[in-house]
Design a binder for this molecule. Structure first.
Ligand SMILES: [Zn+2]
Length: 134
């Protein structure tokens, strides 16, 4: 039973990594998204915005894949540690149907839901640039 999950995870990991290679050359698996892009000082310049837009499309795909690769390898770690299938938030068992649909999930439906709502609350938080050089 566990072997099947492991195979599936390894397979998914392989696919994700090879897609990542196709998109962006060499890939560091531990590269985490988030460090780039928030406070560009050039945001006013149209050229810069357009350049960023096309860059961000590739970037978003890449970020998603990097995140997936990280989740899959984390899932494999958890599998080998015997923690696979347990929600990292509340320690309840994740439903088998959910694991079958998304073998790399680390949280149960309820916690996922809660986290997503939290995530959405964080996002609109746009601090205006300071205008106080009078
Ligand atoms: Zn949970």
């Amino acid at each position: 039973m566990d072997t099947n999950i492991q195979k599936r995870l390894e397979q998914d990991l392989k696919v994700a990594v090879s897609r990542l290679r196709q998109i962006g050359g060499a890939v560091a698996v531990d590269e985490l998204p988030g460090a780039i892009g928030d406070n560009s000082p050039f945001a006013d310049e149209v050229d810069e915005i357009q350049a960023n837009e096309s860059r961000e499309i590739g970037f978003a795909t890449r970020e998603l894949l990097v995140a997936r690769v990280n989740r899959l390898s984390a899932a494999l770690d958890r599998l080998s540690e015997g923690e696979y299938g347990t929600c990292v938030e509340c320690s309840e068992e994740i439903s088998p149907a959910r694991l079958r649909a998304m073998p790399e999930v680390q949280t149960c439906v309820r916690c996922q839901d809660r986290l997503e709502r939290l995530g959405r609350q964080y996002e609109p938080e746009e601090t205006e640039p300071a205008f106080d050089d009078e």
